[in-house]
Design a protein around this ligand. Structure first.
Ligand SMILES: NC(=O)c1ccc[n+]([C@@H]2O[C@H](COP(=O)([O-])OP(=O)(O)OC[C@H]3O[C@@H](n4cnc5c(N)ncnc54)[C@H](OP(=O)(O)O)[C@@H]3O)[C@@H](O)[C@H]2O)c1
Length: 266
């Protein structure tokens, strides 16, 4: 359900990472429906093509550029930003949604896996933001949302790598928000609990395996645990990101908005 009008981001350029995944995909759709020109990126070309087609069919005036990039690759990142700027001009809205889980309990955690998770979930958003911020700062205009996690504000079993990376991302959001606001660039984050996407379902599946439950059983357990009785869907996260990006959230900076179906109270 959209609660936003179609001209909120008119004339603005949004770059959404992780657009081949559940949350990034919905975010790209919402931002396009709000009038932004949207650059979508991920590693899966076919999924990007389908998303571009879907957005263009639903939002007739939408302008969408797709760019395949592995964000852990320095030149891919640079080429992505360059291509995006060539196509739609300076990026004024950035959503850092690409991410991965991984790691496991400390005894089984390898250095390689720890570094992989930390690099994609923490270092990559910083480096990509650093590149795009140059222009935002010059233009004195920009809004950024980092997609973090409930795991970024409380520990999780086996979460040394993933949870650590999201705590670190929240630290980036808060610290950078202070620097950036001096240049009229707002920085915020979202911290969802389980979201009904491939990543969320895989997380629930793994937890079920650990606790001796089928996926369906664990999905029900995780849903019923929440005061709302259900896990969050990707569109709800996308709407929150869109709100934070918009001028309606003008005096909100350095916040990490929790979307957890009320789990923080339990
Ligand atoms: N789902 C949840 O339960 C949940 C809860 C809290 C927070 N989050 C966070 O929300 C964000 C999005 O998650 P999601 O649920 O949408 O997950 P998802 O469906 O698994 O999507 C993950 C996205 O990250 C991209 N990605 C992974 N490695 C990449 C790389 N090296 N280079 C470029 N892109 C890469 C994937 O692109 P390709 O597949 O094309 O490579 C995909 O678009 C993540 O940061 C995640 O930590 C998710």
């Amino acid at each position: 359900m959209s609660i936003f009008s179609s001209d909120v981001f008119k004339g603005q350029h949004a770059l959404v990472t992780g657009a081949t995944g559940g949350i990034g995909r919905e975010t790209a759709k919402v931002l396009a429906s709000m009038g932004a020109d949207v650059t979508i990126t991920g590693r899966k070309e076919q999924v990007l093509n389908e998303l571009k087609e879907e957005i263009e069919s639903k939002t007739p005036n939408a302008k969408v550029m797709r760019y395949v990039a592995d964000l852990t690759d320095t030149s891919d990142r640079e080429n992505l930003v360059q291509a995006a700027e060539d196509q739609f001009g300076a990026v004024s809205l950035l959503v850092n949604s690409a991410g991965m889980t991984g790691g496991g309990i400390l005894e089984e955690l390898t250095q390689e896996e720890l570094e992989r998770v930390m690099y994609l979930n923490h270092t990559v958003p910083i480096l990509l933001t650093q590149r795009i911020y140059k222009t935002m700062k010059k233009d004195k205009k920009g809004s950024i949302v980092n997609v973090s996690s409930l795991s970024g504000i409380r520990g999780t079993y086996g979460g040394t790598a993933y949870t650590g990376s999201k705590f670190a991302l929240n630290g980036f959001t808060q610290s950078f928000a202070l620097e950036a606001i001096e240049h009229n660039v707002r920085v915020n984050g979202v911290c969802p609990g389980y979201v009904d996407t491939e990543m969320g379902r895989n997380g629930i599946r793994s937890k079920g395996e650990r606790e001796g439950h089928s996926f369906d059983e664990q999905f029900k357990i995780e849903s019923e645990k929440l005061p709302t009785g259900r896990i969050t869907n990707a569109e709800e996260v996308a709407n929150t990101i869109a709100y934070l990006l918009s001028d309606a959230a003008e005096n909100i900076i350095g916040e990490n908005i929790i979307l957890s179906g009320g789990s923080v109270m339990r």
